[in-house]
Design a protein around this ligand. Sequence first.
Ligand code: PGA
Length: 252
Amino acid sequence: MRQPMVAGNWKMNGTRWEAENLVRSIKEAEPDPAAVEILVCPPFTAIDAVARVLKGSPIRYGAQNLFWEKSGAFTGEISGEMLRDLGCRYVILGHSERRQIFGESDQDVARKYAAAKRAGLNPVLCVGETEEERNQGITEQVVSRQLQAVLRETDPASFHGAVIAYEPVWAIGTGLTATPAQAQQVHAFLRTELQAFDEGAAANTRILYGGSVKAENATEIFCQPDIDGGLIGGASLKAEDFLRICNAAICG
Ligand code: PGA
């Protein structure tokens, strides 16, 4: 039985003060940690402030990116070891904004995945197709290529604790969501790909859906058999909306 998870990707939003207020409101609602694992991923600059608020809380926090080297002359970069030092448990990797705006390749993401595991972090690996790729009918090829690049760099044990997020690029921040059936189809496909790699990984790895998830549409998406929760962007910036989405993940 996979525990549902709802993760908030705050992207490049918020001062430390705003981050503290947001995470305090989430914490004070005392969501049931046995029912849903909650993760917040603030910008790097607010991680420490969020960590202080979450001290002793079952709510997890993580980062939105890392660089694959441990330390050295890499101006502007942050390593997995630095994130562990802040108490992060998770790190989002391969988000489509990183792939598209910052030119991260499948190979870059795979290296980052391996570095996260080495540092003791659980990756939240994002995969997803663009609108053009969906229209061409190559959604499965695209997500398979993105996943296989990581599987080639890693061993089955490294999937322990890892999370995959299926995020169709055309659904991110657009107000368009995949229908529950469209999302379920890709999630089931990803699980089959994992199965060929490792039975245990297929059964235990949580696959989240992301892309314009809101309190209003979360329940029908999350109740699909291969959807284990969500990665939430815009709606994770309001505590009330985010908490309603967390509640929606407790289904079936
Ligand atoms: P959105 O973003 O919920 O605002 O569409 C999701 C994401 O980018 O992870």
